[in-house]
Design a protein around this ligand. Structure first.
Ligand code: 4NP
Length: 155
């Protein structure tokens, strides 16, 4: 059975699709499954933002086949690890948790790089074009740490 990891942001079209594609590229597929979701419902069924697709493609990662979906309560039981991109995602997801076990699955992703600092991955949706590259580089760095940790823990 594979270890399941869920990446969560607001729209599931900019940050979490990148996080999904980047982490999946660093993990063996036979042991790990990575997915993503948004807390919002606007982009259900949509492809990732073209700017996320482009920055991923520049780094040889194809996220163009992903489709947006909304986070749901059942995800707490379906996934072993839930990484959220920012503090508002954290609040929105934690609000839906019913048990301590479910709450403990939810982590701010950049806390894996900067423990307890609660730093956000900034939402690039309304920002400057280079915001996507900045987000890509942040996620690449943290996913490297996460992948090493997961592989060590579940080998
Ligand atoms: P994401 O960015 O949470 O990184 O996917 C957003 C994309 C779309 C919207 C908000 C954030 N939106 O309001 O439509």
């Amino acid at each position: 059975m594979s270890i399941k990891i869920l990446m969560v942001c607001l729209g599931n079209i900019c940050r979490s699709p990148l996080a999904e594609g980047i982490l999946a590229s660093k993990l063996p597929k036979n042991k790990f499954a990575v997915d993503s979701a948004g807390t919002g419902s606007w982009h259900i069924g949509h492809s990732p933002d073209v700017r996320s697709i482009a920055v991923a493609k520049n780094n040889k990662i194809n996220i163009s086949n992903q489709k947006g979906r909304q986070f749901s309560k059942s995800d707490f039981d379906s996934y072993d690890y839930i990484f959220v991109m920012d503090n508002s995602n954290y609040e929105n997801v934690i609000e839906l948790a019913e048990t301590q076990d479910q709450k403990e699955k939810v982590q701010l992703i950049l806390n894996e790089l900067f423990p307890n600092e609660n730093v956000d991955v900034p939402d690039p949706y309304f920002g400057l074009p280079n915001g996507f590259e900045i987000v890509y580089n942040m996620l690449d760095e943290v996913c490297e740490v996460i992948a090493k940790k997961l592989i060590a823990k579940h080998q």
